[in-house]
Design a binder for this molecule. Structure first.
Ligand code: G3H
Ligand code: 13P
Ligand code: ZN
Length: 308
C-alpha cells in the first residue's frame, strides 16, 4: 500500500474508539521492528520522525526506508509523520521528502501565535492531502493540589481547544493533560486530567493525541538496569491509565522512550553475555526482536491489533 495520511488512519480510530501507535524512529532497525510488529498484529501504524531524526538519518533516507517497507507490507496502512515540527522550514523539508503528515508544535508560543503558525501550515498541507497535528498546553505533570488557574496555565483549556480547532482546521490535536516526554514522568501516582480530556473531545470531536505516552515497561527497564544501566526513579504511563485515556478520546499514542529502553536493554544484555562478539548484527538483531515484542504488546493495549 502506498503511504497514506495519518488523518486517514486516525479517522477510523476516532469513529471506532481505539488508538494507533505513533512510533518514533531514527534508523532501519526500529523501522523494521515497527513494520514487523504491525504485520504480526495486523495493525495500522504511524511512523514518527522528529527534526532530530531527520538530522540523524536524513529526511529522504527516512522516507525511502518507510516507502520500501510499506511496499513490502502492502496490507498495513502506514503514515510518515513529522513529530514536533518547530517551524515552517522543518514542515517544508518533511513534505518535500514525502512525509504524509506533519505536526506543527507552536504550543510554547502565546495562543494567537500558535494559531497563526498552525493556520499557515494547514493552508499548505490541506491542498496536497498532508494531515496536520497541533498542540495546546505544555507537556509536563501537574500536582494534584494546585489551583484551577495554575492547571489552566499548563494544561489544555477545553474552550480554547474548541476555538483553536475550528479556527485552524487541523486534523488532530494534542491536548496537554499531564504527560511528559522521557522515562521520568511522575514522582508519585500516574495521574492525567481525564476530565479535561473528555471535555476537549466533546467540544472538538476530532482525533486526539497523547504525547509522552510511553509506559516504561518493567521487564525492559529491569533488564536495562540488570546489565549496568541506571533508570532510577523512572516511571511511565501504566497500561490501565493509557486505556482510560483512549476511552476518553485519545486516538494517537506517541511512543519513543519504550522503544529506546527496550532496544538498549537488549543491546546491554547481548554485549554483557557475549563479550567477544564483534558482529553488530548479532547485537542489533536480538534488540530488534525485543522491540517487536514491546510494540506488539502495546498494539494490543491500544486496540489497534486486528484493525489493518
Ligand atoms: O517527542 C520527542 C520524541 O521523543 C523525539 O525525540 O527529538 O530526541 O528525536 P528526539
Ligand atoms: P515518550 O517519551 O513518552 O515515548 O513520548 C514520545 C513522544 O511524545 C513523541 O512525540
Ligand atoms: Zn511528543
Amino acid at each position: 500500500m502506498s503511504l497514506i495520511s495519518a488523518k486517514q488512519i486516525l479517522d477510523d480510530a476516532n469513529k471506532k474508539g481505539y488508538a494507533v501507535g505513533a512510533f518514533n524512529v531514527n534508523n532501519m532497525e526500529f523501522l523494521q521492528a515497527v513494520f514487523s510488529a504491525a504485520e504480526s498484529e495486523k495493525s495500522p501504524i504511524i511512523i514518527a520522525a522528529s527534526e532530530g531524526a531527520m538530522k540523524y538519518a536524513g529526511p529522504k533516507m527516512l522516507y525511502s526506508m518507510v516507502k520500501t517497507l510499506s511496499d513490502d507490507y502492502p496490507q498495513i496502512p502506514a503514515a510518515l509523520h513529522l513529530d514536533h515540527g518547530s517551524n515552517l522550514a522543518a514542515v517544508m523539508t518533511a513534505i518535500k521528502a514525502g512525509f504524509t503528515s506533519v505536526m506543527i508544535d507552536a504550543s510554547h508560543f502565546p495562543y494567537e501565535e500558535n494559531l497563526k503558525m498552525t493556520k499557515q501550515v494547514v493552508g499548505i498541507c490541506r491542498p496536497i492531502g498532508v494531515s496536520v497535528e497541533a498542540e495546546l498546553g505544555r507537556l509536563q505533570g501537574v500536582e494534584d493540589n494546585v489551583s484551577v488557574a495554575e492547571r489552566d496555565a499548563v494544561l489544555v483549556r477545553p474552550d480554547e481547544a474548541r476555538d483553536f480547532v475550528s479556527a485552524s482546521g487541523i486534523d488532530f490535536l494534542a491536548p496537554a493533560i499531564g504527560t511528559s516526554h522521557g522515562a521520568f514522568k511522575f514522582k508519585g501516582e500516574a495521574k492525567l486530567d481525564m476530565g479535561r480530556l473528555k471535555k476537549v473531545k466533546e467540544l472538538t470531536g476530532i482525533p486526539l493525541v497523547l504525547h509522552g505516552a510511553s509506559s516504561v515497561p518493567e521487564p525492559a527497564s529491569k533488564k536495562f538496569e540488570e546489565f549496568g544501566g541506571n533508570l532510577k526513579g523512572a516511571k511511565g504511563l501504566p497500561f490501565d491509565v493509557l486505556k482510560e485515556a483512549i476511552k476518553n478520546g485519545i486516538n494517537k499514542v506517541n511512543t519513543d522512550t519504550d522503544l529506546r529502553i527496550s532496544f538498549l536493554a537488549k543491546v546491554r544484555e547481548s554485549m554483557a553475555t557475549d563479550k567477544s562478539q564483534i558482529d553488530p548484527r548479532k547485537i542489533f538483531g536480538p534488540a530488534k526482536d525485543y522491540v517487536i515484542e514491546v510494540i506488539r504488546e502495546r498494539m494490543k493495549v491500544l486496540g489497534s491489533s486486528g484493525r489493518a
